[in-house]
Design a protein around this ligand. Structure first.
Ligand SMILES: Nc1nc2c(c(=O)[nH]1)N[C@H]1C(S)=C(S)[C@@H](COP(=O)(O)OP(=O)(O)OC[C@H]3O[C@@H](n4cnc5c(=O)[nH]c(N)nc54)[C@H](O)[C@@H]3O)O[C@H]1N2
Ligand SMILES: Nc1nc2c(c(=O)[nH]1)N[C@H]1C(S)=C(S)[C@@H](COP(=O)(O)OP(=O)(O)OC[C@H]3O[C@@H](n4cnc5c(=O)[nH]c(N)nc54)[C@H](O)[C@@H]3O)O[C@H]1N2
Ligand SMILES: [Mo]
Length: 773
């Protein structure tokens, strides 16, 4: 932390600023969305939160002098890290065709020209992207602007992130978000921790996990890699300090699944539970059948499991009362679980039958299990089915809607969950359109808008003409980087609202604006005084946040002020008091409360309540807002995507893309991933030693990586160093966003359209590139 504070030349107030991070009346961290407790630790931030703070309050500036000395074509050759490292943007700018540079313009000129251009484009040809950092107030204004303009094209970063959750959980349990609350960590006796990297992605949760472990809670982890943060507790303020003796082991069982292997792994756990339960009810063999369907002698683990159940005097392994009263689809699911052979479950999960049974045993011996998961489940061609399997496992023993037992979807960006809550979505069904129509006197569009993947397709086909971006780095975050960059230049208008320079600002349309905004940590002074904003955490609690540092430049506007400026210059209809809202954000919160009275009851009054205030999630009370009013077992039709069973090539490996400990999404702080022992480069590919040998490579060798599906187009990244790593055979991993050119746009979950960033068949070949390190 000290390192980044020095690196970013932060004035001395930096460390004292951090005391206010994630505190009631303080500001909410701009890094991850993890819950903010009511009773805070003296320092409620982690190393990565401190980095994100330092990155925003840096004293470095990408000002007009910087832009005067670089053409955009020259900047295109810069690395992601070097672009953002220039510091905060200071003035509104417009791209100048003659010089190929960004040149300063006044805010009035910017709004006027953008408004004029937008008015000339059909609303359905304009896309309004949001990255998950914008506040509830900003997000509400932004979706209203887009809808009054006439467009439901409101894609967001969530489309690439937890969309599988947003589609899968409602079908299973009628909740669009996870049901877990912070107190579940105090009430559970077991945690199933699936496909999330706590030490890097949500380090403050380590406090909750450590407390749980000290209470004797069992943590059963399923992950492609052995992530250090999941193996033992590391002080979130100094993850490098793995002080021997005082560290807490986190996972009591660690199962290294293949990427994409979770459906099979969880089916294995469910099969063991169901068959043990069958046995208890006198339905035959108490645990397992061989791959030929014949009963085979039980493993030691299975015998121990049966003994543990008998010792605990459990009548049934499954919670039949719950299943009967609350669920539908159990019989079909149980039949499918019984029918899967252990041989197939082992093959597709990468785990042994004994491992799956051992996990089932721990699950069955626990009264309240919290299931936590992240991107390793959602970013898959079978992402939605992964989420169904999480719910199926929970439902077998009623592990939902009781103290300690819930589903926790760990969200990414600090307000990504909240944006949906206030209308950022391409799906009109999720928005109270009639209410908006009545409040603001306009006729909202009713058609289905474009998700992130749809936007990419629309830009390619010419159906999109303008792209407005509220934060983020779209072009680096989406699949098929090389193809999308070419397509992007055909756009008529690109407008980027941002704090720091990134590649999406360089790959632009015929008319391009870069509009710099205040960050959340800065004092947001408006006519009625300094303003607060709000966000929703991963456990669906709302929190207020107040900036404390001096703005990076006197020319910055707040995000609400920028949206109001754009809206006033563009809209010819709608009755919205844009100026009053900008003068006093509590009026925006009143408007949010009027639109969503149940969710935001007494919004202003409760804004700074310690610990936040909860959003109603009916599934927490076992109320299932599904079509049949039941919680549904939904049976995935297959264990693994089709390409696995059809591709016989032994030289194909399945690639997962990862985050390092020194990045926040496309923001690259530096080149060190100490947890995984990588330093000085991000151009690496992690491969199992046996695969390295089998494929005829050497550790440390430089390779090119080529996509092994959709062979009509060659997709390749070059100059990656092979790192021998503890990863299951047949799998490999590399960093995001460097590997994004490999992902075909079409390679996503069919329903949620979440790109399959955690599963892509690739081949390695010897490279003649000298790597950039
Ligand atoms: N420091 C830092 N914090 C962040 C971010 C960041 O970039 N940096 N990004 C934020 C955002 S937007 C998000 S969405 C979250 C992301 O946080 P995570 O959900 O942790 O996502 P990833 O870091 O991509 O890593 C996913 C984990 O899943 C494992 N994995 C990969 N494939 C599979 C699989 O098929 N099955 C299983 N069981 N495991 C698998 C990987 O080994 C890795 O440990 O973090 C947020 N917080
Ligand atoms: N291969 C692969 N691709 C992935 C993923 C993966 O795991 N693998 N993960 C996906 C996921 S989970 C996500 S969430 C997306 C992330 O996609 P995005 O959310 O689009 O990208 P970020 O990198 O978070 O955006 C960083 C930029 O946001 C801007 N910014 C920062 N703070 C502010 C602010 O306060 N206001 C405004 N207006 N701008 C600000 C800065 O200019 C910064 O450069 O990427 C996805 N892409
Ligand atoms: Mo994310």
């Amino acid at each position: 932390m000290t390192e980044i504070v020095l690196r970013e030349h932060i004035p001395f107030s930096g460390p004292s600023l951090l005391r206010h991070q994630n505190k009631p009346e303080g500001y909410m961290c701009v890094s991850c969305a993890w819950a903010k407790p009511a009773k805070t630790h003296p320092l409620e931030f982690c190393e990565n939160g401190a980095k994100a703070t330092a990155w925003e309050v840096t004293s470095k500036r990408a000002d007009e002098r910087f832009f005067a000395s670089h053409t955009l074509s020259a900047l295109e050759k810069w690395l992601d890290h070097d672009l953002e490292e220039q510091g905060r943007l200071t003035r509104p700018m417009r791209w100048d065709f003659a010089s190929d540079k960004y040149v300063p313009v006044s805010w009035d000129t910017a709004f006027e020209e953008i408004g004029r251009e937008l008015k000339q484009i059909a609303p359905e040809m304009v896309d309004f992207y949001t990255s998950g950092r914008a506040s509830l107030e900003t997000s509400y204004m932004y979706q209203l602007f887009a809808r009054i303009f006439g467009s439901n094209n409101l894609p967001d970063s969530s489309n690439m992130c937890h969309e599988s959750t947003s589609v899968g959980l409602p079908e299973s349990i009628g909740a669009t978000v996870g049901t877990a609350v912070l107190s579940d960590f105090q009430n559970c006796d077991c945690i199933f921790y699936i496909a999330q990297n706590v030490g890097t992605s949500s380090p403050r949760m380590l406090h909750d996990l450590q407390d749980a472990v000290h209470r004797g809670v069992k943590i059963v982890t399923f992950n492609l890699l052995r992530e250090p943060g999941l193996e033992r507790f590391i002080n979130p303020q100094a993850p490098s300090e793995m002080i021997s003796g005082s560290e807490t082991p986190i996972s009591s069982e660690y199962y290294q699944v293949r990427n994409g292997g979770d459906i099979a792994a969880l089916f294995g756990v469910c099969k063991a539970l169901i068959e043990a339960d069958d046995g208890k009810q006198g339905l035959g063999v108490s645990t397992v059948a061989g791959s030929d369907g014949e009963p085979r002698s039980e493993s030691a683990a299975a015998v121990a499991f049966a003994a543990a159940m008998a010792a605990a005097d459990k009548k049934h392994v499954l919670d039949h009362d719950f299943i009967k009263e609350h669920t539908a689809g159990f019989e079909e699911f149980a039949a499918a679980a019984r029918a899967h052979t252990w041989e197939n479950l082992e093959r597709f999960s990468g785990l042994t039958r004994e491992e799956m049974i051992a996990a089932a045993r721990t699950y069955a011996a626990s009264d309240a299990v919290l299931i936590i998961y992240g991107m390793g489940l959602t970013q898959h061609v079978m992402g939605v089915q992964n989420i169904h399997m999480v719910a199926n496992l929970a439902l077998l023993r009623g592990n939902i809607g009781k103290p300690g037992a819930n589903i926790c979807a760990v969200r990414g960006h600090s307000n990504v969950q909240g944006q949906r809550t206030v209308g950022i979505t391409e799906k009109p069904d999720l928005v109270p359109l009639d209410k908006l129509a009545e409040l603001y006197r306009f006729d909202p569009p009713r058609w289905e808008g474009r998700s992130t993947v749809d936007v990419c397709e629309a830009v390619r086909s010419g159906k999109s003409r303008a792209f407005v971006s509220l934060g983020g780095n779209f072009i680096r975050a989406v699949p098929d980087t090389d193809i999308m960059e070419v397509a992007w230049r055909k756009l008529r208008l690109t407008v980027q609202i941002a704090t720091k320079l990134n590649r999406s600002h360089l790959i632009h349309g015929e008319i391009a604006y870069l509009l710099p905004c205040l960050g959340r940590l800065e004092v947001d002074q408006q006519d009625t005084g300094p303003q607060a904003v709000s966000m929703e955490s991963s456990v669906a609690y709302f929190h207020g946040s107040r900036g404390r540092v001096k703005p990076a430049s006197p020319h910055l506007l707040s995000e609400p002020a920028i949206i109001a400026g754009l809206a006033k210059a563009t809209l010819t209809r709608g009755d919205v008091p844009w100026d009053q809202w900008v003068a006093d954000y509590s009026l925006i919160r009143d408007a949010i409360e009027t639109t969503y009275p149940e969710t935001f009851k007494k919004f202003n009054e409760r804004l700074f309540k310690p610990g936040g205030f909860p959003r109603p999630v009916p599934a927490r009370e076992r109320k299932w807002v599904t079509a049949n009013r039941k919680a549904n077992f939904i049976t995935p039709p297959r264990l693994f995507p089709e390409f696995e069973t059809t591709s016989a090539d032994a030289d194909v490996l399945n690639l997962a893309t990862l985050r390092s400990n020194d990045q926040f999404n496309t923001t690259i702080y530096g080149y060190s991933d100490r947890f995984r022992g990588v330093d000085g480069t991000r151009q690496v590919i992690f491969v199992n030693g046996k695969d390295i040998e089998r494929l005829g490579f050497e550790p440390g060798e430089i390779v090119d990586v080529t996509t092994a599906i959709d062979s009509g187009t060659v997709r390749k990244v070059q100059g990656f160093r092979i790192v021998e790593y503890n990863i299951p055979q047949g799998c490999c991993a590399s960093y995001y966003p460097e590997s994004n050119p490999l992902f075909p746009l079409s390679h996503h979950d069919p329903k949620a359209k979440t790109p399959s960033y955690k599963l892509l068949p690739v081949r390695l070949s010897r490279s003649n590139i000298v790597p950039v390190e």
